[in-house]
Write a protein that binds this ligand. Structure first.
Ligand SMILES: C[S@@+](CC[C@H](N)C(=O)[O-])C[C@H]1O[C@@H](n2cnc3c(N)ncnc32)[C@H](O)[C@@H]1O
Length: 321
């Protein structure tokens, strides 16, 4: 079993990225608490692509009574693991005092400053979960691909970590076909390509198409980017779609009728997507009726507060199988 302790913000979306990926991989998951999810699987490395998880890793055991930790560590093999990876540190979502106390249950050297490995103890749903080695998802891993660090930037583009969140919610797996029909300078495409997807993008503005191509190339990534119209997508057979639709000025490129633009683009996206797959649509308002009219089943709409004038709505949709 793998345990995921989430960052403290956008927790519903942070849960959704795990749920989407686990679902696509056929792995069972459990939402144990607001910030803690478990997945029945052992491919820990696969989940290093997550965006809004703080710490994750193998769960060796869980217990209701912390006093059973020493015995369960021996029975599960965690104790052996710690002896071959000492010195180790203990962290938790409880308190530093708790971390220090839990150290007494284990044989081996504890060193909080220079540990060789870390155990993360999550208290959730009335149990303690022991995760080791505790792997961190760090902001600095995304920073090189943030908007300001791309050769071609644009104010409407999403930062890398946020774009990765959407890509993960789309559930795209390595080698699968991924589409962003309003791709701008490629913020979402870059992250989809980073996780190994075969990426396709469309934008109505030539400059954006050039920007997306230059940006992909800059990171050594490949993709197909076309100047076109999201209302008539020239390809089909996509495994996932994630897109940040135009609002404000960028929506008036080809038409002034926003409702018709969304309606026709969603219909085109529905046709381009395979059955049983996810489509993630970000907008500045709830557009679920238009998504439903296009044929999508809207699983959830989450609010994403950006600033006082913009709260994004993230629509997680499915084309039923
Ligand atoms: C919110 S921006 C997308 C930003 C993008 N996620 C990025 O990382 O750069 C929306 C984009 O939709 C494009 N657009 C507007 N109308 C379009 C249409 N009918 N078909 C395709 N693209 C369109 C705009 O040129 C703009 O680049």
């Amino acid at each position: 079993m793998i345990g995921f302790y989430l960052l403290g913000r956008l927790t519903d979306l942070a849960r959704q990225e795990i749920v989407s990926l686990a679902t696509r991989r056929g792995e069972r998951y459990k939402i144990v608490a607001d910030r803690f999810v478990t997945v029945q699987g052992d491919d820990v490395r696969f989940y290093s692509r997550l965006a809004y998880t703080r710490v994750y890793g193998r769960v060796w055991f869980s217990t209701k009574r912390i006093s059973d930790a020493g015995r369960l560590a021996r029975e599960s093999g965690l104790q052996q693991f710690l002896l071959s990876n000492q010195p180790f540190a203990i962290r938790s979502n409880v308190s530093p005092e708790f971390d220090a106390r839990v150290g007494w249950y284990f044989d081996g050297e504890v060193n909080l400053k220079r540990p060789k490995t870390t155990i993360f103890v999550v208290r959730a749903g009335g149990r303690f979960y022991f995760i080791a080695p505790a792997l961190e998802i760090r902001a600095k891993d995304f920073a090189p691909r943030d908007t300001k660090n791309r050769p071609y930037h644009h104010p409407t583009s999403l930062n890398a970590r946020d774009a990765r969140l959407l890509v993960n919610i789309s559930g795209v797996l390595p080698g699968e076909r991924f589409l962003d029909p309003f791709c701008g300078v490629g913020g979402i495409l870059i992250e989809a390509a980073m996780v190994g997807a075969d990426v396709y993008g469309i934008d109505a503005v030539e400059d954006m198409v050039l920007g997306a191509s230059v940006n992909l190339q800059h990171y050594g990534l490949r993709g197909t980017v076309l100047r076109g119209d999201a209302r008539s997508i020239p390809w089909t057979g996509f495994d996932a779609i994630a897109t940040d639709v135009p609002y404000g000025r960028s929506s008036k490129v080809l038409t002034r009728d926003l409702r018709a633009l969304y309606r026709d683009a969603f219909e085109s996206m529905f046709s381009a997507l395979k059955r049983g797959r996810y489509c993630v649509v970000v907008a500045d308002r709830d557009v679920s009726p238009l998504l439903e009219m296009a044929g999508f089943y809207v699983d959830r709409v989450s609010n994403w507060y950006v600033h006082s004038k913009l709260t994004r709505r993230v629509h997680v949709c499915r084309k039923s199988g």
